[in-house]
Design a protein around this ligand. Sequence first.
Ligand code: FE2
Length: 265
Amino acid sequence: MKATQYVAHKPGPDGLIHYSTEENAIWQTLVERQRDHLQGRACREYIDGMARLNLPNTHIPQLEEINQVLVPATGWQVSRVPALISFDHFFELLASQRFPVATFIRTREELDYLQEPDIFHEIFGHCPLLTNPAFARFTHTYGQLGLNASPQDRVFLARLYWFTVEFGLLNTPDGRRIYGGGILSSPGETLYAFESSKPEFRRFELLDVLRTPYRIDIMQPIYYVLDSIDELFQIAEMDIMGKIQEAKTLGLFAPTFPPKEKQAS
Ligand SMILES: [Fe+2]
C-alpha cells in the first residue's frame, strides 16, 4: 500500500464522527460546485439515488444516515475504513455488500484532484448508484470474483471496475450520461467527458475493457459506454474470469496515453 497524508476519523463516544468546521466547509464547496455540473450530465438512476439519499449540503453525513437508505434499497451498506486498505480487505467488503468509505475529506490544496478516494468521492460519487439494483448486483459480483482471484487476475478485474464503476458512461435517448463515480465526483472530468473532443467513446465490450490499460492520474483518453444501466445485470452474468484468461492470451492494447514520468527521487 502507498503512503497517504490523510488519516480517517473514528467515531467519538457518542458513535458519531465529528468533522471540523473546515472539513464540513470543504464538503459544502465540493457538493455545491458539482451539483451544478451534473445537471444534464449524470444519468437518471444517479439522480434518483441522489434524491433518495437526500445528502446534506452543509456538512459531511454520518455513514449510518447513508445506510438507512441503502439497506432497504439494495441490501448494500457503507463501511468505515482507514484512508488506504489492502486489496484483500477491499474485495472482502464488496463481496459482503459493504462499500468501503474512508472517513476523511481532501484538503483545499487538493480540491480538484487527489489519488486517495475520500468520503466525498465515495458518498457523492458512488452511493447514489448503490440504490440501483443493476449497479448493486454488478458491484457485488465483482467483489465475489475479486475475493477469489489471483493477484494477476485482480489486475484485469481492476480494469473492469475502472471502466464501469469509476468511469462508465451510458448512451441514453437523451444523450450521453455519466454513471461512473470517478467522473461524478470530479468537476474537471465531468466537463471533459462532454465538452472536449479529445476522449474516445467505445461501445462496452468485456474483452476490450479487460485489455485496455489506463492511468489514474490523467483525464481518461477512452471511455466505455453502455446502452443502459441494466446492462450491468448481463455483465454480472458473463464468464468474466474466462474472459480474463482470453485477455491474458491476447495481451493488452497499446496505451493511448504517454507513459507516466518517473518522479525524481
Ligand atoms: Fe471509487
